[in-house]
Design a protein around this ligand. Structure first.
Ligand code: NAD
Length: 479
């Protein structure tokens, strides 16, 4: 049992503990129980929101630099717990330990970059209309921000919300995924006695608890998760005119032109497709390949996929961990079957696996599906698993049309040696993020942003994030 996971959530819960619903988390590699949590009750939610409201008053009274100094200290504390956090993540989410450590490192780099943006974020004075007048654009924190996060990046996604929201002066209530709360709880607990009481709160529970928070008196909602849930939250926020940021799914394509260094491109595509067992919203899930290099790309990808080493995340040899939940494994399996029924060919993989050393694990063989049909489920549906679809194209127009033939618009990559094709892709790819000649890993200072069904509102990570977490005011001073 994960000791970090069994303690009560951050706010001290009183008398009703015995009546709370309990939920457990399991190691997806072994099926073993690793965490046991109490879901918040309606009374907890009300109390936590009241505490956050008081926390906001104390926290927003500090200057941006004071807040950023304290948050920098908090991040140092989080960093000091890297090994505990990485273990908690691997035990609940399943990714290899090396990926868990890398996620924490990336989350901290982004967070520290965000603090430097926050120290410089704020008002601006413009010349006024009359002599001696000044016009000042002010930014103020919103109040209490609700952050709701999914299970695939248990540290990175919460920090992408908490750090800018707090740096801008808001209090935050975090509802982490019910499948991976341990790491988020460690992160929040690391702020104890550093930030004023109520500045950073955590509420545990499933979708019903999250939905009750969405309906509660919060001043903004930042959500990362599925399109279906995002639509519900967007509708609820719209009805109350509460600002909302939605980071949703993706069906990300890499276009592979006739490049001189095919191996380097295939390495980058394999990494971007199979890291976190493909359970990344930015995972490459379609590779659209020029007909002249299609056969070589199929052969090279099959070789790379069959070399991946499936196993539990705590095994240092593992390069591909399990799928995180039983429901997600069922979804991946169903979508691969549907793709096959609609005419896709399985070039490798295609089924669940029972590993001899981990027979209860939720493993799915790394899979390459071939189809040239843009209507096939393998071309359209977000599979969110270790599955890559390969499709042929003949000219640049066809490649870009195929890449854009999806409701999603999160990220896209183009591997090409031709500058004019790279430039065309930069203006025509219908995605929030565009990568030329590398995989889909975003940088620490750039907006993480989707368009179409992949997201709404400013992105996280880059400087514009701070605009979302503040209100804008125009102040006029006449002499
Ligand atoms: P999900 O939408 O099922 O759950 C996400 C969070 O929302 C969880 O904390 C859950 O408890 C909560 N939730 C569930 N029902 C809710 C409701 N009715 N109201 C409010 N909150 C509710 O998503 P998931 O299965 O945890 O995550 C997988 C999805 O997330 C994938 O589609 C993936 O693409 C997407 N994702 C997107 C990004 C991004 O930045 N664009 C990043 C990671 C994951």
């Amino acid at each position: 049992m994960n000791s970090a996971a069994i303690e009560a959530p951050v706010l001290p819960f009183t008398g009703e503990q015995a009546h709370r619903a309990v939920f457990i988390t399991c190691d997806p590699a072994t099926g073993a129980r690793v965490g046991r949590y109490s879901a918040a009750t309606a009374g907890d939610v009300a109390r936590i929101l009241a505490t956050a409201r008081r926390g906001f008053v104390a926290w927003s009274a500090k200057t941006a630099n004071q807040r950023c100094d304290l948050l920098a200290e908090w991040l140092n504390r989080v960093e000091a717990q890297t090994e505990v956090l990485a273990g908690a993540m691997t035990d609940e989410q399943g990714k290899p330990l090396a990926e868990s450590r890398a996620e924490i490192g990336k989350a901290l780099r982004e967070a520290r970059q965000m603090l430097s943006f926050a120290r410089a974020h704020g008002g601006r004075t413009l010349p006024g209309r009359g002599p001696g007048w000044s016009n000042t654009i002010l930014r103020r924190p919103l109040g209490v921000v609700l952050a709701i996060t999914p299970w695939n990046f248990p540290v990175l996604t919460p920090l992408r919300k908490l750090v800018p929201a707090l740096a801008a002066g808001n209090a935050v209530v975090l509802k982490p995924s019910e499948f991976t709360p341990a790491a988020a709880m460690c992160v929040v607990r690391a702020a104890k006695a550093l930030l004023p009481q109520g500045t950073l709160c955590l509420v545990n529970g499933a979708g019903d608890v999250a939905a009750s928070l969405v309906e509660a008196d919060v001043d903004a909602i930042s959500f990362t998760g599925s399109v279906a849930t995002g639509r519900k939250i967007g509708a609820a926020a719209g009805a109350r005119l509460v600002p909302v940021s939605l980071e949703l799914g993706g069906k990300n394509a890499a276009i592979l032109d006739r490049v001189a260094n095919l191996d380097a491109a295939l390495d980058a595509i394999t990494g971007a497709a199979f890291q976190c067992s493909g359970q990344r919203c930015t995972a490459i899930s379609r590779v659209i390949v020029h007909a002249d290099v299609y056969a070589a790309a199929c052969e090279g990808l099959i070789r790379r996929l069959t070399a991946l080493k499936l196993g539990p995340g705590r095994d240092p040899e593992t390069t591909l961990g399990p799928i995180t939940t039983q429901a997600q494994l069922a979804r991946v399996t169903d979508l691969v079957r549907a793709a096959e029924s609609a005419g896709a060919r399985i070039l490798t993989g295609g089924q669940k696996l029972a590993l001899p050393d981990a027979p209860e694990g939720l493993f799915f063989a790394p899979t390459l599906l071939a189809t040239d049909d843009p209507e096939n489920p393998a071309s359209r549906e977000e599979i969110f698993g270790p599955v890559l679809t390969i499709t042929r194209y003949k000219d640049d127009d066809a490649a870009l049309n195929l890449a854009n033939a999806t409701d999603y618009g999160l990220t896209g990559a183009v591997f090409t040696d031709r500058l004019e094709f790279a430039q065309r892709a930069m203006s025509e790819l219908q995605t929030g993020m565009i990568h030329i000649n590398h995989g889909t890993a975003p940088d620490d200072n750039m907006p993480f942003v989707g368009i179409k069904d992949s997201g709404l509102g400013t992105g996280s990570v880059g400087p514009s994030t701070l605009d979302f977490y503040t209100t804008e005011h125009a102040a006029y001073v006449a002499s």
